[in-house]
Design a protein around this ligand. Sequence first.
Ligand SMILES: CC(C)(COP(=O)(O)OP(=O)(O)OC[C@H]1O[C@@H](n2cnc3c(N)ncnc32)[C@H](O)[C@@H]1OP(=O)(O)O)[C@@H](O)C(=O)NCCC(=O)NCCS
Length: 152
Amino acid sequence: MKLLRATAAECAAMAQAHARAFEAKAWREDEFADLLEGEGIFGFLAEDETPLGVILCRVAAGEVEILTVGVTPAARRRGVALALMIAGLDQAREAGAAQAFLEVAVDNDGAIALYGLMGFAPTGLRKSYYDRGPDGFTDALVMRLDLNAAAA
Ligand SMILES: CC(C)(COP(=O)(O)OP(=O)(O)OC[C@H]1O[C@@H](n2cnc3c(N)ncnc32)[C@H](O)[C@@H]1OP(=O)(O)O)[C@@H](O)C(=O)NCCC(=O)NCCS
C-alpha cells in the first residue's frame, strides 16, 4: 500500500474509494476537487492497484477537523485507516494544529474503536446530527485528541 498526498489528480480515485466506503453518502469527484481548493484542506489517498481509502482534513485556528475517513470494505482491518489518520495528523501538526476533532455516529463501533486506539476521547454529543432517511436521525459523538500529547 502507498499513501499519496491528495491533489486534483487523485480526486477520481478518492471518490471511488469514498463510494465503496460510504455507499449512499459518498462524495463525488468534483466535490473532492472543490474541497481540496478550500483554505486549510488537505488529504491522502491510500492505494495499491486500486484505491483503498481516503482521508480529508481541515486545519484552521490551531485545530484540525477530520472531515472524512473511509476504507473500502475489502481493505478493512489491515491498518489502512490507521495509516491515513497518522498521515493526516502528522500533516496537521506541521500546519500548526495542536488539537484534533472529529464527529462519529454513536453507533459506529468500528470507527469509535479506531479513534479510541489513537487516543481520541469523547468530548461532546451532537443530537440528531446524521440523517439516516427512513431510519430517522442519529446522534454524533464529538471526539478530541491533544496532538502535542499524542503518540500517533
Ligand atoms: C472505520 C474504518 C475507517 C476503519 O478502517 P480500517 O482500515 O478497517 O481500520 P484499521 O485496519 O486501520 O483499524 C485499526 C484498528 O482500529 C480498530 N478497528 C477498526 N475497525 C474496527 C471494527 N470494525 N471493529 C472493531 N475495531 C475496529 C481495531 O483496533 C483495529 O486494529 P486491529 O484490526 O488490529 O484489531 C472503516 O471501517 C470504514 O471505512 N468504515 C465505513 C466508513 C466510516 O464509518 N468511516 C468513519 C466515519 S466517522
